[in-house]
Write a protein that binds this ligand. Structure first.
Ligand SMILES: [Zn+2]
Length: 115
């Protein structure tokens, strides 16, 4: 399944391939404020279509996750990082996907406070 994602103003857009069957709600100091619902895909399944120059990167704590948001509209539609085994991953904010019903997948709580 191919999903299309974008920021609010549309300068940033991407596509990502996979099957979204669950989402994560994280309680870290950033996700808790943003209300992001995340799903993780291997980095090679993620393709930024446009907006590289429109993205700003924010890092905090251990600086392992690149929180990338549009500098025009402020929406963080994805982030880049690694899983615990060191595989490069894309964290997709499924609220930013087109034609995806967020309520169609179960949401798991993740204790990300220490990340
Ligand atoms: Zn934007």
């Amino acid at each position: 399944m191919q999903y299309q994602g974008s920021c609010q103003c549309g300068k940033v857009a991407y596509e990502v391939e996979g099957e979204i069957n669950e989402a994560y709600s994280c309680n870290c100091s950033r996700c808790a404020r943003l209300g992001s619902l995340l799903w993780f895909a291997p980095r090679e399944k993620f393709n930024l279509l446009r907006g590289e120059a429109d993205l700003t990167t924010y890092k905090f704590n251990k600086n392992v996750i690149e929180h990338r948001f549009c500098k025009h509209c402020g929406i963080q539609s994805f982030a880049l990082g690694q899983d615990p085994r060191g595989n490069k991953m894309a964290a997709i904010n499924i609220r930013c996907l087109e034609d995806f019903v967020v309520e169609s997948v179960p949401v798991k709580q993740v204790n990300g406070k220490e990340f």
